[in-house]
Design a protein around this ligand. Structure first.
Ligand SMILES: Cc1cc2nc3c(=O)[nH]c(=O)nc-3n(C[C@H](O)[C@H](O)[C@H](O)COP(=O)(O)OP(=O)(O)OC[C@H]3O[C@@H](n4cnc5c(N)ncnc54)[C@H](O)[C@@H]3O)c2cc1C
Length: 448
């Protein structure tokens, strides 16, 4: 079946190019249409360097594609959160008691690897080809390239065309299609901490740096050129907002008050701040992801989420791995597989969307809260003593393949138990063996 099945993918972003690779490896005839120009043609140093946190689910898909070792070469391990206080002090909160890291990777370097590897396996890429129109009934689509337009027909059309998907906008016009989008009040802006004069990292490279400040935060991830890409998450409007940071003087005093240690490392702060865009953060939820089983949405096109769990790309890669497995392993008709894929995956997409919104509060606020820090210590100790029974929510999401929906449910149960437990103790040192055993007994009793 594979050799004669034509699969067309809209979008050569992270999901589209990985899916192109995975499917080409299975001998599907894959064509990928991307509205932008070929990113590999960009000159070195052109464009901003933007990075992402890659974790377990992403690596699983890259492993399946046989390119984990190539990506490893551009990945920088981050073993924990480095919390920066307002006075400039730092504290590392490791992500896991096991030897588990998340990894900082350059979005463009990763995308380029995925495209080149997919091409090597036979996927065909068409850049500067924008999908303009789709006829869902016959599964044909119109692609525009310069002044040419072509109508093409597909066996399976995949919408990996991001948060503002063309395929999704066509599905939106069909009966009983559910759709919602939600912008949080925060926007983000990317800034840079360059290497030191000696050409070294200006801060600890193996950490994700966070300056949590209650209603807002700054984060920084390391790059291979020894710079850091920082992201300021800050409200659009209001007393403390981007709207109120209009002059270099105001910007300087804002950073001096809240991020003094970062300010000292940002020689081009004002230039970058007033040049780089201020961008939105959106959650998109929709269903179904197909009209008649001949097309399907995945990645951000199906479930764009806010970036606070570092899972958007990881979830998109997991979509690609699961869909490929289903196509390869099952002897069903493609349409049946597509219906099962969306049924199976939608609860997980909803769960990670919710978790990502919740994690913003944890990152910008709770990480410095004493009670929260003590509770995390107790949870880590539970995990160390009873790894088969208690896994912290962050670990389930970041370092496991457990479906997101299960992780969310288990997290809710563990959260309710921890709230009860921590009413009795002020710090983790107060708990003894028996206390830990009784927490696990309680968990087993309440486990559905
Ligand atoms: C600030 C920020 C930080 C993030 N950090 C992380 C992180 O640390 N870890 C993580 O896992 N995720 C992170 N994410 C999320 C991650 O970026 C996305 O989930 C991921 O890019 C989704 O990949 P995608 O291929 O579905 O969409 P995209 O990467 O958006 O790719 C879609 C592609 O489709 C193309 N396209 C669009 N319309 C058309 C059309 N009509 N015709 C042809 N082509 C089209 C676009 O040009 C684009 O190339 C972050 C997101 C943001 C905004």
């Amino acid at each position: 079946m594979n050799n004669s099945t034509h699969i067309d993918i809209l979008g050569a972003g992270l999901a589209g190019s990985l899916l192109g690779l995975l499917l080409a490896q299975q001998d599907y005839r894959v064509k990928v249409y991307e509205k932008r120009s070929d990113p590999r043609m960009q000159m070195v140093g052109e464009g901003r360097s933007i990075n992402l946190a890659l974790s377990h689910r992403g690596w699983a898909a890259l492993n399946q594609a046989g390119i984990a070792d190539v990506v490893q070469e551009i990945a920088i391990p981050m073993r924990g959160r480095m919390i920066h206080s307002e006075k400039g002090g730092t504290l590392l909160q490791p992500y896991s008691i096991k030897d588990e890291n998340i990894y900082s990777v350059s979005r463009s370097a990763l995308n380029n690897i995925l495209i080149s590897q997919a091409e090597k396996k036979g996927a065909k890429f068409y850049f500067e080809h924008s999908c303009e129109e789709i006829q869902l009934e016959e599964n044909s689509f119109v692609v525009k390239h310069a002044s040419d337009t072509n109508t093409l027909r597909s066996d399976l059309l995949i919408g990996a065309d991001g948060a503002f998907s063309a395929l999704r906008s066509h599905l939106q016009r069909t009966a009983r299609f559910n759709y919602s989008q939600y912008y949080i009040e925060h926007a983000y802006k990317e800034l840079t901490i360059p290497p030191t004069a000696a050409g070294d990292f200006a801060m600890e490279p193996n950490a994700l740096h966070i300056w949590p400040r209650g209603g807002f935060m700054l984060i920084a991830l390391p790059n291979l050129d020894k710079s850091f890409t920082c992201t300021l998450f800050y409200p659009y409007e209001g007393a403390q907002s981007f709207a109120n940071l209009q002059t270099p003087e105001h910007l300087q005093s804002f950073f001096k008050e809240y991020f003094p240690d970062a300010l000292a490392l940002m020689p081009k702060l004002a230039e970058e701040f007033f040049t780089n865009p201020t961008s939105d953060l959106i959650t998109v939820s929709c269903f179904p992801w197909t009209y008649n089983g001949k097309q399907v949405l995945l990645g951000d096109a199906a479930h764009a989420i806010v970036p606070f769990y570092g899972q958007g790309m990881n979830a998109a890669f997991e979509d690609c791995r699961i869909l490929t497995d289903m196509l390869v392993e099952q002897e069903e008709k493609i349409a049946d597989i597509i219906y099962r894929f969306q049924q199976n995956r939608k609860p997980d997409a909803d769960a990670i969307a919710e978790l990502a919104l919740q994690n913003f509060v944890e990152m910008r606020d709770l990480v410095t809260d004493k009670a929260f820090v003590e509770r995390k210590k107790v949870e880590k100790e539970l995990y160390r003593r009873f790894p088969d029974n208690w896994e912290p929510l962050y670990n389930m999401v970041t370092f496991s393949h457990r479906p997101y929906s299960e992780a969310l449910q288990q997290g809710i149960l563990q959260d309710s138990i921890m709230k009860e437990v921590m009413k009795k103790y002020e710090n983790a040192e107060q708990l003894n063996n028996k206390d830990y055993e009784s927490i696990i007994a309680l968990l087993k009793q309440r486990q559905p």
